[in-house]
Design a protein around this ligand. Structure first.
Ligand code: GYE
Length: 317
């Protein structure tokens, strides 16, 4: 009898521990963790690094998430693979920043067929799939381009402009360019992409300085490319911010340092620290609560001459 009871006890303990193994993980407050697959583009810029830090900090276990973070190292094919892995893993919500706008039709359909809601971050998609995402959070890239264009129109209406474009086909490149051209299209003497990174920005600027000797203003779609261009301008014996006026987008620390020194003249902010908004949206989507389709992160502008050291010291990224 005793033996039988013992055996029963063992069996009960076993099934309990088995149950414990298959029960979904719990957060600190006892709630079930929301399984999120997040596909990031890579680490091409200071903006991207700050955005990744913010996403990871907000989608933490303490905040109720079980995050699988995948870095695509700058390749769309890696992003598509990561998205498929998220489907296989059966995550609750998929979140990603599409490196370019097109090429997502098939994988978005697969996600839809699997019934997994999508929260888009930072950039948008251009797809034939109907209702491909529940909600998007990011900046108004068109407005950023417009703000840059307005400042140039007011201050340097006769400028001969070279434009360093971001990753071609990305929402950030397409929209910033459209916005800027609304004001300054007639003044653009040349364009090339610098893929949103410093090295490519430098190389493209070296070529442009040789090709367009009368260029006197640079509009770079992000700080990193502007900083690469500054190296090229100095190497060519010209003074950045004086011989060539420089306007960029982002407002990361290194960019704002250059603004303070007068090597960059104007920066339209694009704030990368919105992990908390992403977390909030994912929670609502998971709980089937209503959300806005578009959630805009508000930006500021910074000008050399009025931007101060104190403001720089307060910046977190
Ligand atoms: O401006 C740039 C980054 O999509 C807003 O991507 C983002 C852009 C940002 O590489 O620095």
């Amino acid at each position: 009898m005793k033996k039988k009871l013992l055996a029963l006890g063992v069996a009960a303990a076993l099934s309990l521990s088995l149950a414990a193994c298959t029960t979904p993980e719990e957060g600190t407050n006892g709630d079930t963790l929301i399984k999120v697959g997040f596909s990031q583009i890579g680490s091409e810029s200071g903006w991207r690094t700050a955005n990744t830090d913010s996403v990871k900090a907000s989608l933490s276990k303490d905040n109720g998430f079980e995050l699988t973070f995948a870095d695509a190292m700058g390749k769309q094919e890696n992003q598509i693979k990561a998205l498929r892995d998220f489907i296989t893993a059966g995550v609750d919500v998929i979140s990603f920043t599409p490196i370019v706008e097109t090429g997502w039709d098939q994988v978005l359909q697969e996600i839809k067929d699997a019934g997994i809601p999508v929260v888009l971050v930072d950039r948008l998609v251009d797809t034939t799939v109907e209702d491909p995402y529940v909600t998007w959070v990011g900046a108004d890239f068109r407005l950023e381009g417009q703000l840059a264009g307005q400042w140039v129109k007011e201050n340097y209406p006769d400028a001969k402009i070279f434009e360093l474009q971001g990753q071609l086909g990305s929402g950030a490149q397409i929209e910033r360019e459209l916005g800027f051209h609304e004001y300054m299209a007639a003044n653009i003497i040349g364009q090339a992409t610098g893929n949103f990174n410093r090295e490519d920005g430098k190389v493209a600027m070296e070529a442009a300085l040789a090709k367009y000797p009368d260029m006197n203003l640079l509009f770079a779609h992000n700080d990193d490319m502007g900083l690469g261009a500054i190296e090229a301008i100095k190497a060519a014996g010209k003074v950045p911010g004086v011989d060539i006026i420089i306007v960029t987008v982002d407002g990361v620390k290194a960019g704002l340092e250059a603004l303070l020194e007068g090597e960059i003249n104007y920066i339209v902010e694009c704030n990368p620290v919105f992990g908390d908004q992403i977390a909030d949206l994912i929670k609502k989507v998971y709980a089937d609560e209503p959300v806005n389709k578009e959630n805009i992160v508000v930006d500021a502008t910074f000008e050399h001459g009025t931007f101060t050291q104190e403001e720089l010291d307060q910046r977190k990224y």
